[in-house]
Design a protein around this ligand. Structure first.
Ligand code: TXA
Ligand code: MG
Length: 331
């Protein structure tokens, strides 16, 4: 059911309302210095699933978690000396750091797409930071536009693109140039620019006193060794559209179940959604994959999931997870 859209100019009251909605798991679009973000409580799987549903993204990419300051970000990410230097130089600002995710981080597996890393950013926008402070939780926020549309720099852009899918826009006027933040990956010894943006490669290199490597943007190109893989893959082999167990062929499998699928004969069953709800399944996907990925099983079987709604993104993600990998040759 689409909520009625409220567009409120920034005020104390609007801020309080927006923060309450975010804490309740609803979506709120808000301004940053780069583009309007489509915000959701990053610790709430169901709220984050709502982002993908609203954007109609056919796949799950990891999302940036937004914080009011570095202290808040450091509750969820491990900062090394390089990260500290970049945060000193560019935060608040249009720089996102991909860092190891802390073991005790409460940010959901869906926000980070199952990865052991987390993208963190402190926006240079007073209203955004006031909102983040008022919510008191990390906020996942991709640009507030439907997949494939231009990046939104006004509340009207957001309303035109997402108006029937979200409940509230916090209107802070036009917000910058529509160029999203620069994304820098610091999870390896190399410094890798994953996405160019307002802060340049030279600026980053100068602060760190080292080279900045550009990530290969072509997803099909082989990644150089040490380059971060931006997709989580379980250690166990993954089998799609598993409509029956077959121990001879696949060994002892754990099933990720959906709707009225066959569960009998599998070694263990974890539910993505008992009622066959695509959004619930999306919210559970990465957490259940992690839970299933235990060496005592031979493989993870995924029940058939219809290619409708978020089912498309779930199947896209599972196809990547089931692609043959060098470490796990298919039987
Ligand atoms: O300017 C911006 O950054 C805007 C405003 C709203 O803050 N936000 C934004 O968020 O563009 P989002 O979630 O769409 O950005 C996602 C980018 C993608 O390039 C994604 O691949 C990368 O960040 N990313 C996020 N988490 C990652 C991770 N753990 N590892 C690698 N890349 C990650
Ligand atoms: Mg975007």
């Amino acid at each position: 059911m689409s909520p009625a859209l409220t567009i409120r100019p920034y005020s104390e009251g609007a801020l309080t309302q927006a923060a309450a909605k975010l804490r309740a798991g609803e979506l709120v679009a808000f301004p940053t210095e780069t583009v309007y973000g489509l915000g959701a409580d990053a610790t709430n799987d169901d709220a984050v699933a709502g982002i993908f549903a609203a954007k109609q993204r056919p796949s799950f990419n990891p999302l940036i978690s937004h914080f009011p300051d570095r202290d808040a970000a450091s509750q969820h990410a491990v900062f090394d000396a390089r990260a500290d230097k970049l945060a000193d130089a560019f935060w608040p600002g249009a720089l996102t750091l991909v860092l190891p995710k802390r073991d005790d981080s409460t940010v959901s597996h869906l926000t980070t797409a199952g990865l052991p890393s987390i993208a963190v950013r402190v926006p240079a926008h007073d209203m955004a930071r006031a909102l983040l402070r008022a919510v008191g939780r990390p906020i996942a926020a991709p640009s507030a536009n439907r997949s494939g549309r231009i990046s939104p720099t006004t509340a009207a852009h957001v309303a035109a693109s997402l108006g029937n899918a979200i409940g509230m826009i916090l209107d802070g006027g036009p917000c910058g140039v529509g160029l999203e933040s620069t994304v820098i990956d610091l999870t390896t010894d190399q410094v890798v620019m994953l996405r160019p943006g307002g802060i340049t490669r030279d600026q980053v290199a100068e602060v760190l006193g080292c080279d900045v490597v550009m990530a290969e943007t072509d997803d099909n190109a082989p990644k150089s060794p040490g380059m971060l893989t931006s997709h989580y893959a379980p250690g166990l082999p993954v089998r799609l559209n598993a409509d029956a167990p077959d121990q001879k062929k696949y060994g002892h499998e754990i099933l990720l179940a959906f709707g009225d699928c066959v569960t009998k004969g599998f070694d263990k069953v974890l539910w993505l959604s008992k009622t066959g709800d695509d959004r619930e399944a999306a919210a559970n996907l990465f957490a259940k994959l992690h839970e299933a990925d235990q060496p005592r099983f031979d493989g993870i079987a995924i029940a058939p999931i219809p290619d409708t709604g978020l089912g498309l993104a779930i199947n896209d993600r599972m196809k990547r997870a089931s692609a043959p990998r060098a470490l796990h040759p298919t039987p």
